[in-house]
Design a binder for this molecule. Structure first.
Ligand SMILES: Cc1cc2nc3c(=O)[nH]c(=O)nc-3n(C[C@H](O)[C@H](O)[C@H](O)COP(=O)(O)O)c2cc1C
Length: 237
């Protein structure tokens, strides 16, 4: 409703003012409620899935298109395009999770290892594939050197950029019935980051920000609680 009001207001002011016409040039069609609903439905349908199996309802080519389109179109600060991603499939995916288990489980105390293994056997090992997200630290460092006043902000913007990319890929995958989760093994432990780089052969300046194992969802996601919206969102006019 609010979106409908806002878009009506924007259209009305656009028709009154010549000044904003050039900005609207090139837009294919104005946003409609239907489009907003589709976008929001994709966001709502995205959930964390820890029970998956190694199948995909869509082809590897379609998976690659989803990740490639997301990398291309998700925004980054100053359009610095520091975000990177890799789609890991087939044998490489198996190698990746074997290597991560090896490097990660070493630090799990013996008495917790069996429980951890159960989770890995449900959520990570049976993945059809994994999207690995990175930020190119060389790109971020370059922007810091060009704009030193923003030296603290560029790393934040880089983190924001990869977060936007992760969310976009996650929502797009879930839209096809794929269950995924967001994991941070390479961020939690340097040995995991090294293991990941060894398996994937990615450049050193590609610093991993998250890994997203995905597969066909085999169980409903866990219940999720929501704080009252009025505590988290205001319309201020
Ligand atoms: C920035 C971020 C980091 C997260 N890190 C992890 C993680 O390391 N491991 C994990 O299992 N889930 C992780 N999650 C998933 C959240 O726990 C989950 O999204 C949240 O509890 C809401 O549940 P839902 O995804 O089913 O809606 C992360 C989510 C976000 C947004």
């Amino acid at each position: 409703m609010l979106a409908a009001k806002l878009s009506t207001r924007a259209v009305m002011s656009a028709s009154r003012s010549n000044a904003i016409r050039p900005m609207t040039r090139g837009l294919a069609t104005p946003a409609s409620d239907l489009h907003s609903k589709q976008v929001l439905d994709a966001i709502k349908n995205r959930r964390t899935h820890y029970a998956i199996k190694p199948e995909s309802p869509i082809s590897d080519q379609e998976l690659a298109t989803i990740v490639g389109e997301a990398v291309t179109h998700v925004p980054t600060a100053f359009n610095m395009q520091s975000s990177r991603a890799a789609l890991i499939l087939g044998d490489k995916n198996k190698q990746l999770w074997d290597a991560l288990w090896k490097s990660n489980s070493e630090s799990i105390p013996e008495q917790f290892r069996a429980d951890a293994r159960k989770k890995w056997d449900s959520a990570y090992f049976p993945s059809y594939g994994t999207v690995v997200f990175f930020e190119d630290e060389a790109v971020v460092a370059d922007w810091v050197s060009k704009m030193p006043d923003f030296s603290k902000l560029f790393p934040e913007w880089s983190a924001n950029g990869t977060g936007m990319l992760q969310m976009t890929v996650w929502a797009a995958l879930s839209n096809h019935g794929l269950g995924a989760s967001l994991q941070h093994f390479p961020q939690m432990k340097e040995a995991n980051a090294v293991a990941l780089r060894e398996v994937l052969g990615t450049p050193e300046n590609w610093v991993s920000t998250a890994v997203m194992p995905f597969g066909k969802a085999v169980a409903a996601p866990a219940e999720r609680s929501y704080l009252p919206l009025e505590d988290r969102f205001q319309v201020i006019a």
